[in-house]
Write a protein that binds this ligand. Structure first.
Ligand SMILES: [Fe+2]
Ligand SMILES: [Fe+2]
Length: 292
């Protein structure tokens, strides 16, 4: 394997690990329908592959049942900040990779492009709003959380890790993997007991679900809560934990996913022009200030 350091991009051109992860998911693991995934996703561009692999190593090692429980306790009281959605979008947009001046506005652009693609397909207003909001939970990074605890695939903790989760081998280093309480098919859960009773690995999805749960319709909440749960919505795993409600909602989660992954368009949406439309939309569903 080549270790030619001269082929590494300049620091200013290197992607942050969150971006590298998103490219990895989109291009290597779950490419656009009709396109072929790389035969081996470990064939990823060398530099990015290293950062994605390091990312998963950390994520899979630390995401235990106990860890997710601690984080839920720490964050789900939602007592950090009261923000309007526009303040939250601005706040999220301060999340840029210091080493890359070009990433400015990327967070907002991704949300806008997702929402605009949903709107262009004529979907309902709550669905468009879900596109705008779905990654707002990444404000966790601004509350000091490391990237591996904010982005990346999510999966149930408290039961065996599916071998369909990318970089499954890194779970070797997760203490739950060797814990008899947590390493069976059902672990601490009941067969078909429902995903709502399952603790997910900690990240922006679960967090934002709690921020939004009183305001949006159920399909929107499923999209927000499970959009990174690829082992479920792409790989068909974990049906044994699902109840009928989860199965009814799964098509919505699947419907959302292409907008999240493939909505990058060459002409960037103009936020200033679109702002009045979205202000209206936000006001229709959400209170002025939302607790984060
Ligand atoms: Fe996300
Ligand atoms: Fe996203």
């Amino acid at each position: 394997m080549s270790s030619d350091s001269s082929s590494k991009p300049e620091p200013s051109k290197r992607k942050n690990v969150g971006e590298a992860w998103e490219d990895f998911i989109e291009q290597q693991v779950y490419p656009q329908p009709g396109k072929k995934a790389k035969d081996d996703y470990r064939d990823y561009d060398h530099t990015d592959r290293e950062s994605v692999s390091d990312f998963y190593k950390e994520n899979h090692r630390h995401q235990t049942y106990e860890y997710a429980g601690q984080k839920r306790e720490e964050f789900l009281s939602l007592d950090r900040k009261q923000m309007t959605i526009f303040e939250a979008l601005d706040f999220l947009n301060t999340l840029v990779d210091d080493s890359d001046p070009d990433t400015e506005l990327d967070q907002l652009q991704h949300l806008l492009q997702t929402a605009e693609a949903i709107r262009a397909d004529g979907h309902e207003r709550w669905f468009v709003l879900t596109g705008l909001l779905h990654d707002l939970g990444k404000v966790l990074c601004l509350f000091g959380e490391p990237q591996w605890a904010v982005v990346g695939d999510t999966f149930p903790v408290g039961c065996r890790f599916s071998d369909r989760i990318v970089y499954h081998e890194f779970f070797e280093e997760n203490s739950d993997h060797h814990d008899l309480r947590y390493n069976t098919r059902l672990g601490i859960y009941d067969e078909n007991g429902g995903l709502d009773n399952v603790t997910m690995s900690w990240g922006h999805d679960e967090y934002l679900y709690y921020v939004m749960k009183d305001y949006l319709p159920e399909p929107a909440l499923y999209m927000i809560r499970y959009h990174s749960f690829y082992a479920w919505h792409r790989e068909g795993e974990y049906d044994w934990l699902c109840n009928d409600r989860d199965r009814e909602m799964l098509p919505w989660v699947k419907k959302f996913n292409p907008y999240d992954l493939y909505s990058k368009c060459p002409t960037l949406p103009n936020w200033q022009e679109l702002r009045p439309y979205y202000a209206d939309l936000v006001q229709e569903f959400l209170p002025t200030k939302v607790a984060f």
